[in-house]
Design a protein around this ligand. Structure first.
Ligand SMILES: [Zn+2]
Length: 99
């Protein structure tokens, strides 16, 4: 009888332990999901393109310039304003403040 009692106790203890572990796993998943969602939100919120005079436009996130998309004519870069996202990192672009 004593043995059975101990087994029950052990089971209860293991159950409690695994419950605690599962809770931690769920908390970690929630952190991960939160981070993932934040990254998606960030990349999908338009950010102002960096466009200095006499220079190629640049991505506000990864800082790559758009040399392959902006032909230069007499010192004027033809801005790639139809580009909705950075071709390198996927950041959504806001061209509204660029002349
Ligand atoms: Zn980028």
């Amino acid at each position: 009888m004593d043995e059975l009692y101990n087994e029950d106790e052990l089971l209860a203890h293991l159950k409690e332990k695994s419950k605690h572990r599962m809770r931690r796993v769920i908390e970690k998943m929630t952190d991960y999901e939160r981070g993932y969602k934040q990254a998606l939100d960030d990349i999908s919120s338009p950010q102002a393109v960096v466009a200095e005079r006499w220079s190629l436009s640049e991505c506000p996130r990864c800082a790559e310039n758009f040399r392959d998309y902006e032909p230069c004519d007499d010192g004027y870069y033809k801005r790639a304003m139809s580009m909705l996202r950075c071709p390198y990192c996927g950041q959504k672009l806001d061209w509204s403040k660029v002349n």
